[in-house]
Ligand binder design. Structure first.
Ligand code: FAD
Length: 429
């Protein structure tokens, strides 16, 4: 259950601040802590104000990792991310890495544990531990969070600073940090309203902005939809209409009533979307069997003799999946190996190693964990997260064109950017 988290909801937004951070998600909260702490170390007073449009702050942190919050991953490298150039991603990650994240949370009293997959979770297995610690640290750092305060515009104040406006009023700011996220899970407050704001300040956003880490929908009848709840390790690939392999991932796949989900599908989803931008015929294949080659399977099927095809396939896959897959390619599972025609054998081998699935679309932002696309990283200095377009402006987190694979990588991106921008916006690099 999501507990309502109230920050400084009832305190009026002041008329001016040194730093206004728009968005109190992972990146914005980290930025507020970092800025407040850096100012204290320098012995200067800085008024740091965080504004968030949502009624509840930190909803995404609370729902993350099934309510346990997968804070980061034991090993994070640029290859874990898509979108922008590996070079700029590397620079950001090298300034605040996994060890820094672990230490940061430990100092807040949040001990992290490593799971078999390399994902790091709080030992409490409760995302509230993470959010409560962050909100406490924001307060300790002397920053205030005001919500619901949706920002409608950030404009030049004509004196080198900014005016940040919304229905709640306006605030003048020397520096502005945009941490408005993308469009994933819009009910959390991340509704894409940061994009027009940043564009009005002179930035661009990528031509493609789309859901990523998102389940995939198969329209109409398909045997996979009748197997809801069945999970199996599979190799999933995106292929161009020519058949050329464009992307591949291996991991757990989950059959659902609408189509496909599970980590392997979530990870591949952005690659299918991206491929279809230029090639409508790009498609997805599933190798339910990925540890044996086509020739090996063909030979094994050829040598079955009196054993049935169904029995053989059931040794490789969950029973219902095995039978449904056989039926889908027109092979009765009770067929004896010796009776299996060459063409049917070939079709079965292909279905086992690279079944083409008619994915119609993704499940949209409501079911997506992250957004692909955003402000290109080339418009930001990775050593400060400062805008190269407008001095005094900083961009962090998911508003940028960087999306990570599943496993804690997106939070690591948000923590790192937030920490860097927080220091920089109060004058510490
Ligand atoms: C269901 C789900 C599970 C996830 N699980 C994980 C996980 O376990 N591990 C992981 O690494 N990642 C996970 N993610 C991804 C991760 O949550 C995001 O990548 C990360 O939260 C992005 O942080 P952010 O601060 O950039 O943006 P967000 O967290 O989206 O925060 C943006 C904030 O800005 C506010 N805002 C937006 N526009 C305005 C405006 N105009 N005015 C004022 N405020 C505004 C929003 O209300 C929001 O609070 C998950 C995502 C989802 C949806």
């Amino acid at each position: 259950m999501i507990r309502a988290v109230r920050a400084d909801r009832d305190i009026a937004v002041p008329g001016c601040a040194d730093v206004v951070i728009v968005g109190a998600g992972a990146a914005g909260l980290m930025c507020a802590i970092s800025a407040g702490r850096a100012a204290e170390v320098m012995g200067v007073r800085k008024r740091i104000v965080v504004l968030d449009g949502a009624g509840k702050v930190g909803v995404k942190i609370l729902v993350a990792g099934g309510g346990r919050c997968n804070v980061t991953h034991e090993r994070v490298i640029p290859k874990d991310y898509n979108g922008s150039s590996a070079g700029s991603i590397k620079k950001v990650l090298s300034r605040f890495g996994v060890e820094d994240t672990v230490r940061f949370f430990r100092e807040l009293g949040v001990e992290l544990k490593r799971e078999e997959t390399g994902k790091l979770f709080p030992v409490t297995d409760d995302a509230h531990t993470v959010l409560d610690a962050l909100l406490g640290a924001v307060r300790d750092a002397g920053a205030t969070i005001h919500h619901p305060c949706k920002v409608r515009a950030v404009e030049d104040d004509g004196e080198g600073g900014f005016v940040v406006r919304g229905d709640w009023g306006e605030i003048r700011a020397g520096k502005v940090v945009l941490a408005t996220g993308g469009k994933a899970l819009p009910k959390s407050g991340s509704d894409g309203s940061g994009y027009p704001i940043v564009e009005a300040l002179g930035h661009t956003v990528t031509g493609v902005i789309a859901p990523a880490l998102v389940p995939l929908v198969i329209e109409g009848e398909h045997f996979v939809k009748g197997l809801s709840g069945i999970a199996h390790d599979a190799r999933v690939e995106v292929r161009a209409s020519t058949g050329k392999r464009l992307a591949s991932t291996t991991g757990a796949l989950l059959c659902t009533h609408f189509g496909l989900s599970g980590p392997a599908i979530l990870d591949i989803s952005r690659h299918l979307t991206w491929a279809r931008v230029e090639d409508e015929g790009a498609y997805l294949t599933i190798g339910f069997v990925h540890d044996r080659g086509e020739d090996e399977l063909d030979a094994a099927l050829s040598g079955l003799g009196k054993r049935t095809v169904g029995r053989f396939v059931r040794e490789l896959l969950p029973e219902r999946l095995a039978d449904a897959l056989c039926v889908d390619v027109g092979v009765d599972p009770s067929t004896k190996g010796a009776e299996l025609k060459r063409e049917a054998r070939r079709a079965l081998v292909l279905a086992l190693t690279g079944l083409r699935v008619p994915v119609a679309r993704d499940r949209g932002y409501t079911h997506a964990e992250v957004t692909m696309g955003g402000v290109p990283m080339r418009e930001v200095d990775p050593s400060t997260m400062g805008s190269r377009v407008r001095a005094g402006l900083y961009l962090i987190g998911e508003i940028l064109d960087v999306d990570g694979r599943i496993g804690g990588f997106n939070f690591q991106w948000a923590w790192a950017g937030g920490m860097i921008a927080g220091r920089a916006c109060v004058g510490v690099d």
